[in-house]
Design a protein around this ligand. Structure first.
Ligand SMILES: NC(=O)c1ccc[n+]([C@@H]2O[C@H](COP(=O)([O-])OP(=O)(O)OC[C@H]3O[C@@H](n4cnc5c(N)ncnc54)[C@H](OP(=O)(O)O)[C@@H]3O)[C@@H](O)[C@H]2O)c1
Length: 247
């Protein structure tokens, strides 16, 4: 119970990596605020946490909208008085994007502006807005821990265009956040997984014709997140833990 008494926001906690991160963090004693748009998914995450004796609440927000992200931070502070942990996980290829993506390797000159903007909005704007609205609370507390979920696609030469650019951007944003917040006792790190078996990834695999892709486990990503929150040295900030999840 190394996170006993901590208040942890986990974005995208309705399924996949976010749900497993929420479960793992709650198992360490933190109270989890599970955030995504679909309330039914969040309520199931809360149920799974409570079933194991943990504490959690569900908060439905569209995190692409600044006002809703601000309201998430305000609601958590009103209810619990603080925000100790932000797991900046929401992202991926949500259903509104699939209609526009028929294959993985869209050439840089083929992207439409609309496709590009949709993916950047979901994968770079969301984590930026969450850091932007939560860090002022952490600065007042003079403590806080942020773990953002990047991707192996943001670490290599990738065919995934806007998604890879957004995920690479998360690494740079993590470093910027780390150097600007260390003096307030805040750490910002990232995890960068390879392909992970999640509901979102299964839909993506199907839409790009790679149903047979080898996938890793979201529980392993959750373990890496808990490592950064519980075991990593206090001076470890601005880093990405790169996970070869499919090995
Ligand atoms: N699976 C992989 O292979 C893999 C590998 C590397 C990195 N990642 C990253 O890991 C993170 C989680 O991926 P996953 O595979 O677990 O995805 P997933 O199964 O599709 O789950 C994504 C979660 O994010 C939430 N979300 C999406 N858009 C949102 C919005 N506008 N506002 C609030 N919540 C939103 C979704 O809920 P709602 O739709 O209900 O809002 C859902 O709870 C993503 O950042 C993804 O890029 C995944």
């Amino acid at each position: 119970m190394r996170l006993e008494g901590k208040i942890a926001i986990v974005t995208g906690a309705g399924k996949g990596i976010g749900r497993d991160a929420a479960l793992a963090i709650a198992a360490e004693g933190a109270t989890v605020v599970a955030v995504a748009r679909t309330l039914a998914d969040l309520e199931e995450t809360v149920r799974l946490i409570e079933e194991k004796g943990g504490k959690a609440i569900a908060l439905s927000r569209d995190l692409t909208i600044g006002e809703q992200v601000q309201s998430m931070a305000d609601t958590v502070v009103e209810k619990f008085g603080r925000i100790d942990i932000l797991v900046n996980n929401a992202g991926g290829y949500p259903k509104e994007i699939y209609n526009n993506i028929e294959h993985q390797a869209i050439k840089i000159w083929e992207w439409s502006e609309e496709q590009w903007d949709q993916i950047i909005k979901t994968n770079l704007r969301i984590p930026f807005l969450c850091i932007n609205k939560v860090v002022p609370v952490m600065i007042k507390q003079r403590s806080g821990d942020i773990v953002s979920v990047s991707s192996r696609m943001g670490r290599i030469a990738s065919q995934m265009g806007a998604y890879a650019v957004a995920k690479g951007g998360i690494i740079t944003m993590t470093k910027t956040t780390a150097i600007q917040t260390q003096e307030y006792g805040i750490r910002a790190n990232a995890v960068s997984p390879g392909i992970v078996d999640t509901p979102g990834q299964r839909v993506y695999n199907h839409s790009v014709g790679q149903d047979d892709a080898k996938m890793g486990r979201s529980e392993d990503v959750a373990k890496a997140i808990v490592y950064l929150l519980c075991d990593a040295p206090a001076v470890m900030t601005g880093q990405s833990v790169d996970l070869f999840t499919t090995v």
